[in-house]
Design a protein around this ligand. Sequence first.
Ligand SMILES: *Cc1c(COP(=O)(O)O)cnc(C)c1O
Length: 494
Amino acid sequence: MKFLSTRGKSIAKNAGEAIAKGLASDGGLFVPETFPNIKADLKDLLTKDYFERASFVIGKFLEEYDSKELEDACKKAYSQFEDNDAAPVVKIDDNLFILELFHGPTLAFKDIALTLLPHLLRKGSDMSGIKEEILILVATSGDTGKAALSGFCNKQGIKIMVFYPSDGVSDMQKLQMTTQEGDNVNVVGVKGNFDDCQTAVKKIFSDEKFNALLKEQNVVLSSANSINFGRLVPQVAYYFSAYLDLVASNEIKLGDKVNFVVPTGNFGNILAGYYAYRMGLPVEKFICASNSNNVLTEFFANGNYDKNREFFKTASPSMDILVSSNLERLLFELSDRDYALTEKRMAELKNNGKYSISDKELKKAGQNFYADYCDEEECFEEINSFFDEYGYVLDPHTAVAECVAKKYINYSKSKLPTIILSTASPYKFPQNVYKAIEGKNITDAFTATEKLHEISALDIPKQILELKNKKPRFTHVEDKDNLSKCVLDFIKKD
Ligand SMILES: *Cc1c(COP(=O)(O)O)cnc(C)c1O
């Protein structure tokens, strides 16, 4: 299957090339030429394991990949998750379910794609005849960085460099990244927020001179952010799997509709859900949940995207984003795949920080999406009351989603099953989660971890316990305008 750039001036001959390149050379994002419909296959998938469901869904887009190898790679990737299940669904109440996506090596949903991406990228670069060393540049709001470092650590022919906002991630998230082992990795703190990191990285990607310079060093760039189709496609699978689990446990009948609620930052996760819908998954609404950085809430309400607003640092740092990159892929679909219009809007975003869609497009968006947000006070209150009511500990991102789910049900009176995507372990944010439940401030992350364990009896993941004895390897903090120099220094090191 061919992959098209949302901006129309670049094309990839297959998924392998789209994944190896990461970003299209015209600055656009690669999208599949068509969405294969798998509605008729759902029945067969009912009895399958997660890795089989995943390789089936992924294989629909990655037609040129060897399907046996793909299935083996999925099996290997998802065996790194607790109980070999990458995406278990937990029933909380009548019609309320939590899809737990955080049981992987780094305790966030990013693991679902990033445990598999090394395979997809390796095969993709072989398919596209890339002989150079691949340097993966990652901008992270906290979780992608560690998941990518873990996935690509010591992988032959690949180097990886992560940029994170030095004051914009949780203590645990920072420690996870700065203590990363491996000879092919580098981690740099950036004086700025996630948007600064993402903008700088995107700029490096489209800097032809710089890329030529890298090529002289036998290096080409790729991306492990959700701008890379290889990040999105494994995420499409868990929407199907969650749905199938509800069918298999007789909560719904095949063909019934459900709602998914997604805590959203860069719009990657929720877009993967929309792709699942386009492939035939029966979904009523995707509910886009934001924190106080509610640029998407406004967009879905009135069709105006405007990043010129105050930036808030919140308890859900992985959603502290004002430029949601993957929205470009949705704009492309809403405009009936109008390249020129998509390009124009992205230019407006770059130049003025804003753009608008037409009433017709807004109406179309409203058929599949509903958006709302949850402020800091509501988020803490949600963690507290949810623990009271169900004895279940929500991480702050999932709490934002649950809070918005309530608002949606209240507004729509929907009686459909609601599936909340839980994107991180609460132990990545122990101080805030403990504070929400007990009302007490604890500054040290490991003390808060133990306290949270005491009150909740929730097992502390070994990945968190191991962190306590590790020393940070990467302490460098850099100005946001200086990242290309960091890249060169890293490459020249050996
Ligand atoms: C990355 C992340 C999000 C946001 O996901 P997007 O795909 O960027 O919308 C939400 N919660 C957590 C915990 C994350 O790590």
